[in-house]
Design a protein around this ligand. Structure first.
Ligand SMILES: C[S@@+](CC[C@H](N)C(=O)[O-])C[C@H]1O[C@@H](n2cnc3c(N)ncnc32)[C@H](O)[C@@H]1O
Length: 270
């Protein structure tokens, strides 16, 4: 595994850069799974809820809409700037998922939507979530499914593999390698959780065409953006054309309706 601080620095720079365009790009995918995440954590009115790696705070706001008393936490000042502007009545804290700045047993639920797998040591982040939960409190988090079942990613990876260079990115390897429900459940177990389970979630991500899909991933992500930006400019038209060819099966009247898939994993503190 690459050095944890190198992963953290890479992720931090990536999310600082993505923050401004995130809502219009990647959030159109991540927001699909908010209700399922809140259900998995059993979020309801009156509960004290922490949203880890909150980004622009859409999940935090979703929990607040259910009547929970919420806080969002992220390490990116740029993401927090967007969150504080978009959701003026919610408190957002700057901090790292591996070192949560809250006392033990403080929250009824901890949630994280597509955040945990970006942390250099995801099990550390889960241990921190466990620490700040009250006994009986619940954690739920989402990760993306592997490209074989997550078609938006598959389209881009396949196109880069055939028309570009999959090895071009200089990004350090991710710390967690979370790609399957088993990875998530085993990490939850190592962090001390019980009552562990997970389930697959599916949705559709709408784009006008292959170029729009590539642009959304370039604008609103860290690791995928690094891969796309590392492609030679002369290869991009071929990559876009390959995405469009392979995406023909997902065409509808408005453009492309591309299947996306994720897992929500959850457990509680005994
Ligand atoms: C894909 S975005 C998800 C944002 C939000 N949860 C959503 O559903 O739209 C990943 C977020 O994780 C945050 N993040 C990554 N590593 C982190 C860490 N070690 N500590 C806190 N936040 C982190 C990034 O700044 C970014 O906002």
């Amino acid at each position: 595994m690459a050095d944890a601080e190198a992963i953290r620095a890479f992720e931090h720079a990536g999310w600082e850069r993505a923050a401004g365009g995130y809502e219009a790009s990647f959030a159109t995918a991540t927001r699909t799974f908010i209700p399922a995440l809140l259900d998995a954590a059993g979020v309801e009115a009156g509960q004290s809820v922490l949203d880890v790696a909150c980004g622009p705070g859409f999940v935090t706001a979703g929990a607040a809409e259910r009547g929970a008393i919420v806080r969002g936490l992220d390490f990116s000042a740029a993401m927090l700037g967007v969150a504080r502007t978009r959701h003026r009545n919610i408190v957002f804290d700057q901090g790292d998922a591996e070192a949560l700045p809250y006392p033990e047993g403080h929250f009824d639920a901890v949630i994280s939507n597509f955040g945990i797998h970006h942390v250099p040591r995801p099990i550390e982040a889960l241990r921190q979530a466990y620490r700040v939960l009250r006994p009986g409190g619940r954690l739920a988090f989402t990760i993306w499914a592997a490209p074989s079942e997550n078609i938006a990613w598959k389209l881009v990876f396949d196109a880069i593999r055939s028309e570009g260079d999959m090895a071009a990115s200089r990004a350090p390897a991710p710390g967690g390698g979370f790609g399957t429900p088993t990875d998530c459940e085993s990490a939850l177990e190592q962090a001390g959780f019980t009552g562990i389970s997970s389930r697959k979630l599916t949705g559709l991500w709408h784009h006008a065409n292959g170029r729009a899909l590539l642009d959304a991933l370039r604008a609103g992500t860290a690791r995928m953006a690094a891969l796309i930006e590392a492609q030679s400019a002369t290869d991009i038209p071929g990559i876009v054309a390959a995405i469009d060819r392979a995406a023909a099966a997902y065409r509808d009247a408005d453009g492309l309706a591309i299947p996306i898939a994720a897992f929500v994993a959850y457990g509680h503190k005994a």
